[in-house]
Design a protein around this ligand. Structure first.
Ligand code: ZN
Length: 473
């Protein structure tokens, strides 16, 4: 598709764009100006300390409100706690199609400043990177969403869909202030056909793009607690009922548990597409998995467990023991021992049925098995066969010249709550070097960083998706 290059300043000075003659495809932003402004907002947002807890997300919401209102974009603030506001901004569409929601979270995980080489809220630029808490999670998506709103408005792009921007609080473990509150109390302000948010990324290796992962659904985290109980006593007299021993056997059994594997639309398509771009051993195991022949499938599972644990994790419900609590003195058999298991359900699992299976695996009436919380994130996924997924695939080809892998996240994002309301949500993100995570530069790390050039490429990629989906046809 050919793009007409017109400086943004010229468009703005004409002032009347948005007429029927102006096709969105011919409205080309001035990218050098947009890059400078992207960096300005991005650095400003990283410099606002919105560590959660406590959050203080209103700092970021106020900044965004000021920027948006300066452009004449209507803004609403919704807060369950005045320090933890959510912001909603909207650009009107013709109503021909249902809205498009752009989402980013304003909170970040906490920091230990003594571990940081660069100040965590400094947004320092060095060697082509920007360093700081939130540079990858999620002030990149937040800034890109903001730039979409500003650029659509300035160019007067005529829209078939209303475009809504939600800057939400509390994503990092306290969703009641953010997405839960917005869905429960103000869903009419954010209801959309499609949503774009964090939960995807483009993977580079040795600076070359390998593939783009687009989040279409997520496993559902549920903490399960095992509690062994028995009489306390002097440890000089061993007891068969010793809760520490009973719990240890139960934890071992759960760690060994191999629930049946089950592929869904996303994971099937993921393996179909990832096979051909994988190194020979990985590719062979993917072929084994997809063969459906039991012996080859078993070999593939074992290979993944040893070599590509992330692929093994999306095949089935998983259980990782993570916390053990028991005993205070060497010579005392305690009356209780507890373990916490991080269970990740497949999206279509029945939680009660999984709990029943874990009880069966533990097979000890002295060990109670229960969910730590009565409810988890709601189930729900997004389809691959949609206008939005195809638009994302086209933009991936155009900007990254690589394959798009629909991906089921093993972690959780706030898209879960929206998918439960039948919003089709897709996780996207900028390109990241695979080498960066193990070197300690990943999200939530204490050297979190982004390549500036990839932030800018992400904004251009995002722009094409938004135009493809929302601009007047
Ligand atoms: Zn995040």
């Amino acid at each position: 598709m050919r793009r007409l290059v017109i400086p943004a300043a010229a468009l703005v000075s004409l002032g009347t764009w948005g007429g029927g003659a102006a096709q969105a495809q011919s409205l080309a932003p001035d990218w050098s100006r947009i890059e400078a402004e992207t960096l300005e907002h991005y650095q400003a947002l990283v410099r606002l300390d919105t560590s959660n807890p406590p959050g203080n997300e209103t700092r970021a919401a106020n900044y965004l409100r000021d920027v948006l209102e300066r452009e004449g974009i209507a803004v609403e603030m919704f807060a369950l706690d005045p320090e933890r506001a959510n912001l909603v901004a909207r650009l009107p569409g013709s109503g021909a199609r249902r809205p498009l929601l752009l989402m980013g979270h304003t909170d970040v995980v906490t920091v230990d400043p003594t571990r940081w080489t660069h100040p965590p809220f400094g947004a320092v630029r060095e060697g082509g990177y920007v360093y700081g808490r939130g540079t990858l999670d999620d002030k990149d998506n937040l800034t890109a969403s903001l730039m979409m709103m500003l650029t659509l408005k300035r160019l007067g792009v005529p829209l078939d869909r209303e475009v809504i921007f939600l800057a939400e609080a509390g994503e990092e473990g306290t969703t009641r202030w953010g997405i839960d509150f917005m869905v429960a109390e103000h869903f009419d302000r954010i209801d959309a056909e499609f949503c774009l948010a964090e939960g995807g990324s483009v993977t580079r290796e040795s600076s070359a793009v390998r593939y783009a992962s687009i989040g279409t659904l997520e496993k559902i985290p549920r903490a399960v607690e095992l509690i062994a109980r028995g009489p306390a006593g002097h440890a000089s007299v061993p007891l068969l009922t010793n809760p520490v021993a009973r719990l240890s056997i139960a934890v071992g059994a759960v760690a060994q548990w191999q629930p049946p594997i089950r592929l869904n639309e996303t994971t099937t398509e993921f393996f179909r597409r990832v096979g051909p771009i994988s190194p020979p051993n990985d590719a062979r195991s993917v072929a084994d998995l997809l063969s459906g022949q039991p012996a080859r499938v078993d070999a593939a599972i074992r290979y993944f467990q040893e070599n590509v644990p992330g692929w093994a994790a999306i095949l089935r419900t998983s259980a990782s023991p993570t916390i053990l609590q028991a005993g205070t003195r060497t010579n005392v058999i305690p009356s209780e021992a507890r373990a916490t298991i991080d269970v990740r359900l497949l999206p279509d699992d029945d939680p009660e049925e999984v709990l029943r299976q874990i009880r069966e695996v533990v097979n000890d009436p002295a060990v109670e098995v229960r969910f730590v919380n009565p409810t988890g994130r709601p189930p729900g996924g997004s389809a691959i066969d949609t206008e939005a997924f195809r638009a994302i695939e086209r933009a991936v080809s155009r900007h990254y010249q690589t394959v798009t892998l629909p991906s089921m996240g093993t972690g959780a994002t706030d898209m879960a709550q929206l998918r439960a309301q039948r919003v089709q949500c897709y996780g996207i993100g900028p390109a990241i070097d695979r080498e960066d995570g193990p070197l300690g530069f990943g999200s939530h790390s204490d050297q979190e960083r982004i390549l500036e050039s990839e932030l800018h490429r992400f904004v251009r990629f995002y722009w094409d998706i938004v135009n493809d989906l929302a601009a007047r046809r």
